[in-house]
Ligand binder design. Structure first.
Ligand SMILES: [Zn+2]
Length: 266
């Protein structure tokens, strides 16, 4: 498989990981999907476009090309469930709303899925891990921002409407507590948007696995409500004026992260 990811190396101690914006499908997945699933409704739509400004800040960026329906890069390779509540696994077999993803008997084979693990999951994680090590070697520390978005209302996954900005630090384990405090304060300075720390989304596999504050690697997940920058129904159109306002808050959060790092390690 070619072009399973896009990686751009920056010049500051920050890596932005984007595991779910991909829309590429393999032949086996495309053939097996139930009618309607080809809309790819559970995609973290337009995340690279939304974060394009971060390249000017100097951040490194890593984005997946393949859909989470093929393999979910924010799940562990052994597929241990992340949440006790409803969730989706390494190889999703349902949509977020609980509908089956595949027609009967059309789930990709175990052999096919082993190939996705080797050729899509592994390169993403090898790139992520080696970039964090490079940042740490060069700057003495590394900051990881795992960038996600989700429809603001998914009744099977959570009640009511999701807050706009959902920060996750695996209940304080993936970064220094003072960093989480600073990020929460930045959110509070933008009262047009609601926010929560370690609410329904506490950080997935990437945040939990790579965040190691005692080793100077600080990881934060942001699950952003898609209502803040796009239409939440197909064709999932990006809304430029909405998105620009949201980008101002995203930029303030990334600047808070960088300032915290400079103060702590600089
Ligand atoms: Zn996501």
């Amino acid at each position: 498989m070619d072009n399973v990811l896009t990686f751009k190396r920056g010049r500051i101690p920050l890596l932005i990981s984007m595991p779910h914006p991909g829309t590429e499908l393999t032949g086996a997945v495309a053939q097996g999907l139930v009618a309607g699933a080809e809309e790819l409704s559970d995609t973290d739509w337009h995340i690279p476009r939304l974060y394009a400004f971060a390249e000017a800040l100097g951040a490194s960026t890593l984005a997946a090309s393949y859909s989470r329906y093929v393999i979910d890069l924010n799940r562990p390779a052994d597929d241990t469930p992340l949440y006790n509540t409803a969730t989706t696994g390494l190889y999703p077999d349902t949509l977020f709303d609980g509908r089956p993803l595949y027609k009967a008997g059309m789930t990709p084979s175990a052999q096919e899925r082993a190939r996705y693990l080797e050729q899509i999951w592994m390169p993403y994680h090898q790139t992520l891990a080696s970039e964090l090590q490079r940042l740490k070697a060069e700057f003495g520390y590394a900051l990881l921002w795992d960038a996600h978005s989700i429809c603001s209302a998914v009744p099977r996954l959570f009640d009511g409407k999701l807050p706009d900005f959902n920060l996750g630090t695996f209940n304080g384990a993936s970064c220094d507590p003072s960093l989480a405090t600073e990020l929460t304060r930045t959110c509070a300075q933008h009262p047009a948007y609601s926010h929560v720390l370690n609410g329904r989304f506490k950080g997935g596999y990437i945040t939990r696995h790579y965040g190691a504050p005692e080793q100077a690697i600080h990881a934060v997940q942001l699950e952003l409500a898609q209502s803040t920058y796009m239409d939440e129904v197909a064709p999932f159109t990006y809304r430029e004026p909405l998105a620009q306002n949201t980008q101002r808050v995203l930029q303030a959060l990334l600047e808070t992260l960088l300032q915290w790092g400079e103060k702590r390690y600089g």
